[in-house]
Write a protein that binds this ligand. Structure first.
Ligand SMILES: NC(=O)c1ccc[n+]([C@@H]2O[C@H](COP(=O)([O-])OP(=O)(O)OC[C@H]3O[C@@H](n4cnc5c(N)ncnc54)[C@H](OP(=O)(O)O)[C@@H]3O)[C@@H](O)[C@H]2O)c1
Length: 335
């Protein structure tokens, strides 16, 4: 049973947004466990971040079978915190996991077959010590498996009680429409789409926002800080404790180009003018869109979560500020 007593004020400042046309609400800011919860990381730091996040009203924690490293370890470490500290609060939490990327060797350990998805979720539940997850996602489109099979597996998973809702990730507009239609026909609506979206990566604005709204699907955006690039940390150097400096970090030193830094510098000035850090402005910027149900943040320390949640109490953008940001983003080619 629980060994922590969460803050009694935990629901006072967070905003909760309805997920598409469903009955489920998600916090405007959710926490993802892709980095910083593996066996290579400090367990007590991850534990402290989960406690603080819950105290700040972050009710949604996002995982995947392959988060770590090694793969599976983030789910195992999350399960340890859950059973030690948060078990009594299970019904106040929305926990998601996914399958789609490489997980185990052989032909059944990746992509989108029914064989893989059902087996992977069974493994995830065991690692986290859960009977069910709230949301189970197909993590990436599979070019070979018929969509009917993948969506049929998601429907089966809900009917078997192992997930309450299902979602998709990284599907293009046409794949999204087809998946939504199949799931609707099966009687298990698609709850949520998980997509990359941030100041440096606006691809979903072209069509997907409209597609999701039309289909009644919620939208949770990952890497809202471009893995930390949208902060002031890389402006002068690559700090030794940053994601880009870590061997297992997904952000590579080579991703931090001079061109991107020039843009980040200009954005940083706008943020400072607004009395915010760039990280705060980047979160506020994705949340300016009513299509965005939740910004899915990653964090390496408690103070980062606190800083980002503080955004919800800060002023909205003026039209002039949004125009200035658009102009900065439109300048030259920054790839
Ligand atoms: N569906 C998919 O395919 C997919 C793909 C990627 C991610 N995701 C999900 O999205 C989640 C978030 O992704 P992400 O970790 O790339 O998100 P992100 O929020 O863009 O980046 C997180 C990193 O930004 C830095 N940061 C966070 N708050 C900060 C602050 N207040 N000030 C300065 N720096 C700050 C930290 O970097 P340092 O570590 O350098 O301190 C942190 O590790 C993942 O955990 C996962 O759940 C899904």
């Amino acid at each position: 049973m629980s060994s922590i007593k969460p803050s009694e004020f935990r629901y006072d400042s967070m905003r909760y947004n309805r997920c598409g046309k469903s009955g489920l609400k998600l916090p405007a800011i959710s926490l993802g466990l892709w980095h910083n919860w593996g066996d290579v990381d400090d367990f007590e730091n991850g534990r402290a971040m989960l406690h603080r996040a819950f105290d700040l009203g972050i009710t949604h924690f996002d995982l995947a079978n392959n988060y770590g490293p090694p793969s599976g370890s983030a789910e195992r470490n999350f399960g340890r915190v859950l059973s030690r500290d948060l078990a009594a609060y299970r019904d106040e939490l929305v926990i998601s996991t996914k399958a789609g990327w490489d997980m185990w060797p052989g032909p059944y350990g990746n992509f989108g077959s029914r064989k893989y998805l059902v087996a992977s979720l069974n493994q995830s539940l065991k690692r986290m010590g859960l009977d069910y997850v709230d949301i189970f996602y197909h993590h990436r489109p599979d070019p070979e498996t018929p969509l009917e099979e993948t969506m049929g597996a998601l429907d089966y998973i809900v009917r078997s009680g192992k997930a309450l809702y299902v979602g998709i990730s990284q599907y293009n507009p046409e794949q999204t429409r087809q998946a939504a239609q199949i799931l609707r026909d099966l009687g298990t609506p698609c709850l949520l789409h998980q997509l990359n979206y941030n100041l440096l990566d606006r691809w979903i604005e072209a069509e997907l926002f409209k597609t999701m709204a039309h289909e009644g699907i919620g939208c949770i955006v990952f890497s809202p800080l471009a893995q930390g690039l949208l902060s002031d940390k890389y402006l002068n150097e690559i700090p030794t404790d940053s994601r880009a400096a870590k061997k297992h970090g997904f952000l590579q030193r080579s991703d931090i180009t001079k061109e991107k830094l020039a843009r980040v510098r200009s954005l940083n000035e706008v943020a400072n003018e607004r009395g915010q850090s760039l990280a705060q402005m980047a979160i506020a910027w994705v949340l300016r869109k009513s299509n965005v149900t939740s910004a899915l943040l990653g964090a390496s320390r408690v103070s980062q979560i606190e800083a980002v949640v503080a955004v919800l109490a800060q002023p909205e953008f003026t039209n002039e500020e949004l125009k200035l940001i658009d102009d900065i983003l439109a300048e030259g080619n920054y790839e």
